[in-house]
Write a protein that binds this ligand. Structure first.
Ligand SMILES: [Fe+2]
Ligand SMILES: [Fe+2]
Length: 367
């Protein structure tokens, strides 16, 4: 058995490595920074080695595979790069700007993760959970994730970093009210306590395990869903990097794509801890409120399958419907509306159908 450090304090999990230059773009102090010219992620001084140690320890102890959702589980970004560049060449920028605003807004919803922590996770499991990611969810992991997405203190997180990306690429387009409009169009699933209550109500109406602690089920269901959002985000971020590095179509001299690269690398620990925490829960035994025991594979398996079905179904449909509605809005008075739409669709790998766009319970819409 390796001699791994498996226990970390909350302060350690939240600690950032040394930097010699902060990340400041367009006057906005973003999180992370540079050391010897290399980008340093925020809050990963211990978090990265911790995730690695928990993964290794689990493999050595249980000998099981760690849960993983391969990137090709999801279709590529909609719109794709060719469709987006076509719109920009036609001078139709608003839908692309709206998409960047939406990505930032959705990232901002991640700030609520810090509030979802459940104390004393040991009481829900038969087996020991010391020295696991599961045990560290409330000891900094969820808090670190929330801060990465929503920002913390003076430092902007991913939400505002995407707005910086947008403003550099499109030279501060007029978007004054877009964030609140976006919230409205996305169904008001924001971070206020009323929104949190509404989210919880909807979740409670659709629980899968009545005998499990509701906060625990909500946390695990959310972890699976957030993991899928994070995985799918890699497609979206690569789309953004490719579009935004085309100096003929966007401004900012490559800075927007560079900033997307920083955000992308910040996301890896989010996937890393969620995968291992769900795996640790899967390979243990849950204790229900009645005292009855449930194999972790049944609980995590069901939450995983439902989260994945939501991600591939309703969220995909919702994303495509949103994108298309923004394009139609931008083209409403365009003299070549029909021809542009036709060309746009012909460049696509997917064409939005008539899927439902109802928001699933307890979850903000994804990318
Ligand atoms: Fe993020
Ligand atoms: Fe993330």
């Amino acid at each position: 058995m390796s001699n791994l450090q498996l226990e970390y304090t909350r302060d350690e999990i939240l600690a950032t490595d040394r930097i010699d230059e902060p990340l400041v773009l367009a006057g906005v102090r973003c999180h992370g920074g540079y050391l010897d010219g290399r980008y340093v992620n925020p809050r990963t001084r211990f978090r990265k080695p911790a995730i690695e140690a928990w993964r290794q320890h689990h493999t050595e102890t249980f000998g099981t595979d760690i849960l993983h959702a391969p990137l090709d589980t999801w279709p590529g970004s909609y719109p794709n790069v060719a469709q987006t560049k076509f719109l920009l060449r036609e001078g139709i920028r608003e839908p692309v700007i709206a998409n960047l605003t939406r990505i930032g807004t959705v990232e901002g919803f991640g700030a609520m993760l810090g509030m979802m922590a459940v104390p004393d996770m040991q009481r829900f499991f038969v087996e020991d959970i010391r020295g696991t990611a599961l045990d560290h969810l409330e000891k900094g992991l969820l808090e670190a994730h929330g801060r990465d997405e929503g920002g913390w203190a003076e430092e902007a997180g991913h939400q505002h970093m995407w707005y910086v990306v947008r403003d550099l690429a499109f030279e501060s387009p007029p978007v004054e009210d877009q964030t609140s409009l976006m919230m409205e169009r996305l169904g008001g699933t924001g971070g206020s306590s009323a929104d949190a209550d509404a989210r919880r109500e909807r979740f409670l109406a659709d629980r899968m395990f009545d005998d499990l602690d509701a906060s625990l089920e909500m946390l695990l269901a959310m972890s699976a869903r957030v993991l899928f959002i994070e995985c799918k985000a890699f497609h979206v971020f690569r789309w953004a990097q490719e579009v935004l590095s085309d100096a003929d179509l966007v401004a900012g001299e490559g800075k927007p794509a560079e900033l997307v690269g920083c955000i992308l690398s910040d996301e890896r620990p989010h996937v890393g801890y969620a995968e291992i925490a769900l795996t640790e829960a899967r390979d243990r035994t849950f204790v229900g409120l009645s005292g009855k025991r449930y194999p972790g594979s049944d609980v995590v398996g069901a939450l995983w399958d439902r989260g994945l079905a939501t991600s591939l179904g309703v969220l995909e449909d919702q994303n495509r419907a949103f994108v298309l509605s923004e394009i139609e809005r931008a083209l409403a008075k365009h003299p070549r509306r029909g021809a542009i739409l036709e060309e746009f669709h012909s460049l696509g790998d997917q064409r939005p159908g008539s899927g439902t766009t109802e928001t699933p319970p307890g979850v903000p819409v994804g990318y």
